[in-house]
Ligand binder design. Structure first.
Ligand code: NAD
Ligand code: MG
Length: 378
């Protein structure tokens, strides 16, 4: 039985990963989160890891005090989270949200651990560095994002270089078919009302703006070694076909299922084996119809901006990601309108001081500049 490390354990993916761990009896050796120490303490008492890391220092101090009666070590800051990524264990499930997941991913690779990766911002910002380090260390990057898991499942057994096209499906989110005029005054509550998936706030807003699909195009470029032009985004309202591939002989292979993240989480943990236990099974008679449409990239510009960013390469995806993270925060706080998210992302892309060759410090520098630009533009 593999031993796990779960980063971002208090979030939507993190709690579902612990549900899988609980059901299948995985040992969990470390947990990490941003600040929600009440839930983290419950998780720590249940799973008895040797180490728990909390990004927020005050929260970490409080948790250390609350866990005094145990021998669980509590660390803080990005260093603490990175250390959690390197304790004894076979696989690190990274479910942190945002670029905050990048350094822990690199720390885990450095410690030769396989990664079950939910944190897409890791690949959007540091894709080149991460894939190179993983290949040098011989560690696997196993996708947890449902579309990428579906693609990964679809290419099991396919010869290398046989992928001709990736078919990346998108639900279309809560604002499907809306016009620019209709989007002008949408509220945070409306944007958080996703039709098919229940997820953390940031990714739910990203789904409403189609930024999420843009980030996923970039994620797929790194994971599967394809060009953005070979990725076709299809709006598929039912969220049953999770994504697929077209192979060199024209065969199209896709993975289908109910919209439930526990399957991709579980597959990343059992790979290459399959669990004997299914969550809710798919009944195609109940679904009846599967539909596919082209996305409206003129209205939902974030998708087009992400494709432009990955085509420019270098630090452009980091600038776009950083601007989006900051803009989404401002939108959730009621400080900007929904359509301003795309405007700010575009501004950051245009003003990005791009470089083809870059280091981890350049990434964090470009991220900081994009965030500052967003804050100063409003
Ligand atoms: P969430 O907001 O529910 O949870 C985020 C977790 O990260 C929390 O545990 C939080 O405490 C932790 N965190 C935040 N900042 C941190 C920091 N600086 N250091 C350490 N931990 C920190 O988010 P989520 O919906 O679970 O998404 C997590 C990641 O998975 C995102 O990258 C998202 O795009 C991706 N993802 C999520 C889903 C989904 O269904 N929720 C699906 C596909 C991909
Ligand atoms: Mg996804």
């Amino acid at each position: 039985m593999k031993e796990l490390i779960i980063l971002g354990s208090t979030g939507s993916i993190g709690t579902q990963a612990l549900e899988v761990a609980r059901r299948d009896g995985y040992k969990v050796n470390a947990l990490a989160a941003g600040s929600n120490i009440k839930l983290l303490e419950e998780q720590a008492r249940e799973f008895k890891p040797s180490l728990v890391a909390v990004f927020d220092e005050n929260a970490a101090r409080e948790l250390a005090n609350n866990l005094k009666d145990t021998d669980i070590k509590v660390l803080s800051g990005v260093e603490g989270v990175c250390e959690a990524a390197t304790v004894k264990g076979d696989i690190v499930l990274n479910a942190i949200v945002g670029i905050a997941g990048l350094k822990p991913t690199l720390a885990a690779i450095e410690a030769s651990k396989d990664i079950a990766l939910a944190n897409k911002e890791t690949l959007v910002t540091g894709g080149e560095l991460v894939m190179k380090a993983a290949s040098q260390k011989g560690v696997k990057i196993l996708p947890v994002d449902s579309e990428h898991s579906a693609i990964f499942q679809s290419i099991q057994g396919a010869p290398e270089n046989s992928i001709k096209k990736i078919l990346l499906t998108a639900s279309g989110g809560p604002f499907y078919k809306k016009t620019r005029e209709e989007l002008e005054n949408v509220t945070v509550k409306e944007a958080l009302n996703h039709p098919n998936w229940s997820m953390g706030a940031k990714i739910t807003i990203d789904s409403a703006s189609l930024m999420n699909k843009g980030l996923e195009v970039i994620e797929a470029v790194h994971l599967f070694g394809v060009k953005a032009k070979d990725i076709e985004v299809l709006v598929h309202r039912q969220s049953i076909v999770h994504s697929g591939v077209e192979l060199s002989d024209g065969a199209v292979i896709a993975q289908l299922g109910t919209p439930d993240m526990r399957l991709p989480i579980q597959y990343a943990l059992t790979y290459p084996e399959r669990s004997n236990y299914a969550f809710e099974k798919l009944n195609l008679f109940d679904i009846g119809t599967l539909t596919f449409e082209k996305p409206d990239i003129k209205t939902f510009r974030c998708l087009a901006l992400c494709i432009e960013a990955i085509n420019r390469g270098g630090l452009a995806p980091t600038a776009v990601n950083g601007a989006n993270e900051e803009a989404v925060k401002l939108f959730l706080d009621g400080k900007i309108k929904f359509l301003q998210i795309a405007d700010l992302v575009e501004k950051a892309l245009e003003e990005c001081n791009n470089k083809k060759e870059f280091t981890i410090d350049d990434i964090f520098d470009a991220d900081k500049k994009a965030r500052e630009l967003v804050r100063s533009a409003i």
